[in-house]
Design a binder for this molecule. Structure first.
Ligand SMILES: Nc1ncnc2c1ncn2[C@@H]1O[C@H](COP(=O)(O)OP(=O)(O)O)[C@@H](O)[C@H]1O
Ligand SMILES: [Mg+2]
Length: 490
């Protein structure tokens, strides 16, 4: 064979084809975003890569240019820096090795420990589970907070909003709930969005010192983080919770808080010159939060039976819940725990306003015995709150009303709870039974705390379970409180 024939044989398989690589370039960069031109096939949420290896996410598209949010701190970007489409979607490594770790929204360690290696990657944005894969919420998720577990119970797979002004104890409730999952096989994710560094550190330390970090992952994008990362933080926490849920675990994810998230999204959108809507928020903030919270659910047995419970936190100003973001979130969630400034100032903590709090689906998951006792107690409490208003006007009251008020005052004392002191579900049944049996009536207000102490101590030794018949609880509670009641009467 001559050289020409050889060449022909070589090329026999060659099919000419054109492979296009789009080449974009940066027009401008600043405030955590980059304007890019020259990537005609880019779509929203596409991942871009710059020359220096750093990445950005396509956030806004116009005919002339792309607005992208930066995912890495870098000084290497200037006008003219080259950009390419990666053809990938943003995802993060997920694994059980994330428990006990503090990460950024891309899964990079923030705790100075080893990088997270995993062969499993989870996309940050994913469709929510289809209806056929979902189950009704049917198992309780105990917060360990008396007033919530009794009156505003939360079920696994529920989305319950924690709402109130700044400084009234929203994060404290979330942290207590995480601490209360110890030994309960619930994997927790605490997402911190736009918080001060000191808050981030305090949260980590509180969880660590209460032994809660070992079953928790903290996803943090503090106030000084890139706005792109702050935006992605809840989606990252959600992706991790989703990974666990699909493996059949019960996951609990806290978003602290979505007000900062919305404000950050508004700032990003204004920088990207999107048209502002109500309160200058972009029109799609509702769908951003709806997409996030839709992913929390309870899977049915054929889909592994895992669940994702979500506790988003939002802030009100002067207790006003009728503003844009609170109304949105109230309509997306299955209920809210509302914290009130007057209650907080009056020393009623946790400062939960029963009248304005609701759990639309958690009742189905509440233990039937707790539900029954709590139902009686709630009626007494609501009646008391109404009556108490009359007493402020100095109205003269009938004896029966006096009794109702005296009982209500005791109940209010019982419902007070320090932070970082979650109580087991059995304790709920103990005090509820005692209250409904009127065992506290003869105990003065200042001895209520001591009475609860006694109940707690005796309960631990008793081995009584939630399923024990009422008679057994009733007898036990009466016996436990007897010495104290005799003492105060003497
Ligand atoms: N149950 C409680 N009992 C006493 N103090 C509380 C309780 N819950 C919260 N606090 C106090 O209230 C303050 C604000 O709580 P925090 O959870 O940070 O509020 P938020 O997250 O709503 O801004 C903290 O100083 C905290 O110690
Ligand atoms: Mg807080």
């Amino acid at each position: 064979m001559g050289p020409l024939a050889l060449q022909a044989a070589w090329l026999a398989d060659y099919r000419p084809a054109l492979r296009l690589t789009e080449q974009g370039s940066v027009i401008a960069v600043g405030d955590g975003i980059a304007w890019v031109t020259g990537l005609p096939s880019a779509a929203i949420d596409d991942l871009l890569q710059f020359e220096d290896g750093s990445r950005a996410l396509v956030f806004d598209l116009t005919e002339e240019r792309i607005g992208a949010i930066l995912l890495h701190e870098t000084n290497a970007l200037t006008a003219g820096t080259r950009v390419q489409l990666t053809g990938q979607r943003l995802s993060m490594p997920v694994s059980n090795a994330l428990l006990g770790r503090v990460i950024d929204p891309l899964g990079m360690p923030l705790d100075g420990k080893e990088p997270i290696l995993s062969s499993t990657w989870q996309r940050l944005e994913a469709p929510s589970p289809p209806i056929v894969a979902r189950d009704f919420v049917h198992q309780p998720l105990y917060t360990g907070i008396k007033i919530i577990d009794a009156l505003i119970p939360i079920g696994k797979g529920q989305r319950q909003l924690l709402i109130g002004d700044d400084g009234l104890g929203r994060s404290s409730i979330a942290i207590d709930t995480v601490i209360n999952q110890r030994g309960k096989n619930v994997l927790c994710i605490y997402v911190l969005i736009g918080q001060k560094r000191s808050t981030v550190i305090n949260t980590i330390e509180t969880l660590r010192s209460h032994g809660a970090l070992e079953y928790t992952t903290i996803v943090a994008a503090e106030a000084s983080s890139l706005p792109g990362l702050q935006h992605l933080a809840p989606f990252s926490g959600c992706a991790l919770a989703e990974f666990w849920m699909r493996q059949g675990y019960d996951a609990l994810v806290i978003y602290d808080d979505l007000t900062s998230h919305a404000q950050n999204y508004r700032a990003l959108s204004l920088l990207l010159r999107r048209p502002p809507g109500r309160e200058a928020y972009p029109g799609d903030i509702f769908s951003v939060h709806a997409r996030l919270l839709e992913r929390a659910t309870c899977l049915n047995a054929t889909h592994g039976g895992g669940s994702m419970t979500a506790l988003p936190i939002i802030e009100t100003k002067q207790g006003e819940i009728a503003t844009y973001i609170p109304t949105n979130l109230i309509s997306i969630t299955d209920g809210q725990v509302y914290l009130d400034r007057a209650l907080f100032a009056g020393g009623f903590r946790p400062a939960i306003d029963i009248g304005r709090s609701v759990s639309r689906i958690g009742g189905q998951a509440q233990h039937p015995r707790i539900k029954e006792e709590a139902g009686h107690m709630k009626l007494d409490y609501l009646q008391f709150l109404e009556l108490e208003i009359f007493t402020r006007f100095g109205a003269r009251l009938e004896a029966s009303m006096e009794t109702a008020i005296a009982r209500g005052r005791r109940l209010r004392e019982i419902l007070k709870q320090e932070r970082l002191a979650p109580v087991p579900a059995e304790f709920q049944l103990a005090w509820l039974t005692a209250f409904n049996d009127r065992l506290f009536d003869a105990i003065p207000l200042e001895s209520i705390a001591a009475a609860l102490e006694v109940l707690g101590r005796q309960l631990r030794q008793s081995g009584l379970t939630l399923d024990a018949p009422r008679q057994q609880w009733s007898t036990a509670a009466a016996g436990w409180l007897q010495p104290l009641r005799q003492k105060v009467q003497a």
